[in-house]
Design a protein around this ligand. Sequence first.
Ligand code: NAI
Ligand code: MG
Length: 332
Amino acid sequence: MHTICLIPGDGIGLEVVPATRRLLEATGLDLTFLEAEAGWATFQRRGTSVPAETLERVRAADATLAGAFTSPKTKVEGHKGAIRSMRRELDLFANLRPAKTRPLPGSLPGIDMLMVRENTEGLYVEAERRYGDIAIADAMVSRRACERIAHVAMQQARKRRGRVAVVHKANVLPLTSGLFLETALAVAAEYPDVETYDIIVDAAAMKLVRDPESFDVLVSTNLFGDILSDLMAGLVGGLGVAPSANIGVDYAIFEPVHGSAPDIAGRGIANPTATMLTAAMMLQHLGEDDVANRIDRAVDQVLMDGPRTADLGGDATTESFTDAVIAAYHRL
Ligand code: NAI
Ligand code: MG
């Protein structure tokens, strides 16, 4: 039996999470669901984007599946981004973002890579100040955070093809990015079986586009990992199919890479694939490898045969796509 906390959040999170719950229920696994709220709508109603009882439910559950959370582009007094707050509060220091070739027209062949993104520090400590026409943001980098994210990258590489690219900008930021690079390479020395190399972030962006098959695991600081993982998603079919996991020592929150997609929210046309693949990562984390693999294959089957959602050029709704995945799951 597993207890799963569901946090739909904002926008299309309210569509893709219930769709994925339907798929999870169809697997026949013994699952108990706890519902919790967080995000922008929660902030507007309650003055906090992550209420205390939501954190309690995440802590009580074996794993959490989240949808998406809206963040305004302008500063709103007292508001902290929901997912960033939860990552920091629960110390979910590792963000795993796989990008794998999918049977889709827009997906390049031969890609199977994983971004291991540091999830608690860097420029995402939300320490910005404004002095008239000048604004300053602090980036924080600690040896401890670099060490533990580097260990995760090495351990992931051991389960994969044994290669790690350390992505940095130490040439321009020798103190912050330099500490990350130095620490990651020191950790790499403990894993002689893993081939580790470093690459400057701009060169990595170019190489990801021109030679994506050459990458296995990438490890980077928060902002670079965020940006490059969207680029990686773009190589294999886009945000509609990109899953991710936020993992700490005690807790884990699984969420699609995409945001709340206000441009399509409420129309029932969001692609739930990313959330379904995210749920597969969650089940793998819970030791349910067989069901996780079966979900992955069922999704691929429907991506290949159709129906597809609008972001992938089709006319399926969230519901009809979900029905097709559940049917494919039962056929496997
Ligand atoms: P977004 O990921 O929400 O949307 C980007 C584009 O991709 C939009 O055109 C959207 O319609 C499309 N898209 C995304 N997911 C889709 C899906 N499952 N099916 C079909 N189309 C999909 O990013 P955007 O527009 O930059 O941000 C919107 C809001 O989401 C903002 O408030 C932002 O702060 C938030 N956001 C939250 C994230 C999170 O909760 N982890 C991550 C990224 C953005
Ligand atoms: Mg992002």
